[in-house]
Design a protein around this ligand. Structure first.
Ligand SMILES: NC(=O)c1ccc[n+]([C@@H]2O[C@H](COP(=O)([O-])OP(=O)(O)OC[C@H]3O[C@@H](n4cnc5c(N)ncnc54)[C@H](OP(=O)(O)O)[C@@H]3O)[C@@H](O)[C@H]2O)c1
Length: 332
């Protein structure tokens, strides 16, 4: 019997990237959409920033292949370009970004419109008003927030309540079997405010496939400028130890590390059916594999126990440092 799991999204942050030449090709991009349709996935996650080395190319690709008229819901994020998010959530910047996204994607309405990351300069009142304006104009079904520190999110929600603005109903953040920080304070806050959580980087940008630990990462994203920030976050002895422990447990059962990470997130993490998992894949075969793996259902109990232990060990070490700092992201 098929098991329920969070909503599956496919993230297109690599569409149009110079680091993944195949994804600059419309025919290849169309193949990804076909695999998604075969897998019953209709939600796409993009951003005006994507890919980081060629802002806007992901939305352009999605527009050119007519993803929306093929039945996909497109969820995007307000542009923050370069290394600074200062001023990106002003009323004017949000208007411009949304207008451009709608035109580029060839849609009248987005699924979720996210603030991509905190804007340290624009008053929070203006940011909340800016997103509310786009919602009231009917340009999106939902407002989402991504990467805001919890305190900023709390203030943002308070402003929405006080001013009668639409409240964000989705938060997008990094979450996987190593990056467990959101479970502590963020997700409990979201639950109180009827907000769902969409988990990005379910494989830690590829780290949870084991390739960095096993020394086979050459030529992959983790060794490119595009994935350097993931390598910086994850390339630490305690995280390699965690991957080794996982490999030791799953190998005898013929389970791949990426499969274990995705099945854990889908069936054993704190995510529920209304939350989301945003898959990443730069090859059609990876995407097909990931969808098939999630379809296999819950993991054997002994593997869940190993992953729980990994979580406890990382918590005891103070967790990882997974904060998105705009200045540390790949340069344009
Ligand atoms: N809001 C934000 O700030 C934010 C930040 C990050 C991501 N996101 C969203 O989340 C999406 C997914 O994030 P992510 O790309 O970091 O996800 P991820 O699943 O953690 O990493 C994807 C990478 O893992 C490798 N991979 C995936 N499936 C594999 C498989 N079956 N076998 C071997 N390797 C596999 C690929 O690396 P190689 O390419 O090296 O083969 C792929 O590029 C993004 O596209 C974006 O939409 C949002």
């Amino acid at each position: 019997m098929a098991q329920n799991h969070p909503v599956i999204y496919y993230g297109t942050s690599t569409f149009g990237s110079s680091h993944v030449p195949a994804l600059q090709d419309k025919t290849n991009v169309s193949k990804f959409l076909e695999v998604l349709q075969e897998g019953g996935i209709s939600q796409i996650d993009t951003a005006a920033r994507y890919p980081p080395d060629n802002h806007g190319a992901s939305e352009r690709m999605l527009g050119q292949v007519k993803a929306s008229s093929k039945g996909f819901t497109i969820n995007t994020k307000v542009l923050f370009a370069g290394q600074s998010s200062a001023g990106t959530l002003s009323k004017e910047a949000v208007r411009k970004s949304v207008e451009n996204s709608l035109k580029t994607l060839g849609v009248d309405k987005l699924g979720i419109l996210y603030a991509h990351t905190a804007d340290p300069v624009t008053p929070l009142e203006e940011q909340a008003a800016a997103l509310n304006e786009q919602y009231q104009k009917g340009f999106c079904e939902k407002i989402g927030i991504s990467n805001f520190p919890l305190d900023t999110l709390k203030s943002f929600v308070e402003i929405c309540e006080k001013e009668g603005y639409v409240k964000p109903s989705v938060y997008q953040g990094q979450y996987n079997l190593i990056c467990r920080g959101p479970e502590m304070d963020l997700i409990p806050f979201l639950r109180k405010h009827n907000m769902t959580f969409n988990a990005y980087s379910p494989l830690g940008g590829g780290f949870l496939t084991g390739k960095l630990t096993l020394g086979t990462a050459e030529g992959t994203r983790l060794r490119s400028a595009y994935g350097a920030h993931f390598a910086r976050w994850y390339d630490k002895p305690e995280f390699h130890d965690a991957v080794r422990k996982l490999l030791e447990a799953i190998e005898p059962l013929g389970i791949k590390p990426s499969e274990a990470a995705l099945r854990w997130l889908a069936y054993h993490s704190v995510l529920g059916e209304d939350d989301g998992i945003i898959l990443g894949a730069t090859k059609v075969e990876q995407l097909r594999q990931n969808i098939e793996d999630i379809g296999k259902g819950p993991l054997p109990r002994e593997i869940v126990q190993v992953i729980d232990k990994i979580g406890e060990t990382i918590d005891a070490l103070g967790g990882g440092d997974f904060e998105v700092r705009p200045t540390e992201l790949p340069p344009r």
